[in-house]
Design a protein around this ligand. Structure first.
Ligand code: BDR
Ligand code: CA
Length: 324
């Protein structure tokens, strides 16, 4: 089984991702680190514990991480994800305590332990939230990168944004952290895949499929999964909804369903209207470096540009519906 660690701001679609990672038989979910983003970090921790309880995985350590971005104030997305950050569902909240360590310490411990193992047992890290915890980790304990196989993060976009016309929410929320992570990963030799907005909204589940999940598994993880989709359909008045962050976990399980291109990526840290945008250089010539006024090489990232959406939706439905 492939060892994975998630970094989340649960989050309706983070919840979809946690269910998939916790339930898929090919994944070994070692830990979940929490960061403020869609909601405040305490709600994020409570939501994450609740999802893992529903998945029957109270064994997975969950830790509380950064409350706010490195530089910006916290700016939540409760207008999208509900007051509690997870759809204000009528669902029993976990009463468990999180791990006593700070999330960055938990990440460090898990990665250092993995660093002594053979390559195939190293960790795939899947951040699907502002990258604050991961930036702190790679700056405080760069040696922990030896335990990483790769980073597959949800964030950024080659084309349009969502938090602003230019910028995707996770990168926009903490642009400095995203810049640190891209730079540190390149320095430390960690491969990075960007599962951004170019594919994020494509993997969708219908309200009818959500209703089937619910009725087949009352009170179980399928029921919770169905409610998460139904919440989004109702909120946006659409017949279907994205599984969102869960697509990044699908990419770990089924890389062949994703078309990526290795491209130079930078994070815009200035800009009047473009702060937090990922600048993906898609020019078919390589003159950029010579003309870069800062003399800084961009990071090469495998940027997701197309997804086999039905294949990923099926993978998610089958897993959270208990058919795997
Ligand atoms: C990202 O922002 C959050 O609202 C979602 O959970 C996802 O991680 C999409 O831009
Ligand atoms: Ca998220």
């Amino acid at each position: 089984r492939l060892p994975v660690v998630l970094d989340v701001d649960t989050g309706v679609d983070d919840a979809c991702a946690v269910l998939l990672a916790a339930m898929h038989p090919d994944l070994d979910l070692r830990a979940v680190s929490c960061v403020g983003g869609n909601a405040g970090v305490d709600d994020v921790v409570r939501n994450t514990l609740t999802v893992l309880d529903a998945a029957g995985r109270p064994d997975v350590p969950v830790a509380r991480g950064a409350e706010r971005p490195l530089l910006e104030p916290a700016r939540d997305a409760r207008h999208v994800h509900g007051q509690d950050g997870m759809g204000d569902l009528d669902w029993p909240r976990s009463t468990r305590e999180p791990d006593g360590r700070h999330a960055v310490e938990l990440l460090c411990d898990v990665l250092l332990e993995a660093s002594t193992r053979p390559d195939e047992q190293k960790i795939t890290l899947v951040p699907m939230a502002p990258l604050t915890n991961i930036a702190l980790l790679l700056r405080m304990w760069p040696q922990a990168a030896a335990g990483l196989r790769e980073i597959v993060f949800m964030g950024g976009a080659a084309h349009v944004g969502n938090a602003t016309a230019s910028a995707e929410f996770n990168v926009w929320h903490d642009p400095e952290a995203a810049a640190v992570v891209l730079e540190a990963a390149a320095e430390l030799g960690v491969p990075v895949t960007m599962y951004g907005l170019d594919v994020f909204y494509d993997v969708r589940v219908t309200a009818g499929e959500a209703a089937t999940l619910r009725s087949a598994d009352p009170g179980g993880p399928g029921d919770l999964a169905g409610r998460l989709i139904a919440f989004q359909c109702e909120r946006f008045g659409t017949p279907d909804a994205t599984i969102g962050d869960a697509g990044a976990v699908c990419a770990v399980l089924d890389r062949a369903g994703l078309r990526t291109e290795r491209l130079p990526v930078r994070v815009e840290l200035a800009g009047t209207w473009s702060r937090g945008r990922t600048i993906v250089d898609r020019r078919d010539w390589s003159g950029d470096l010579a003309h870069d006024p800062h003399g800084q090489a961009p990071t090469s990232v495998d940027v997701a540009l197309h997804v086999e959406a039905e294949r990923y939706a099926r993978l998610w439905l089958d897993t959270v519906g208990g058919r795997r």
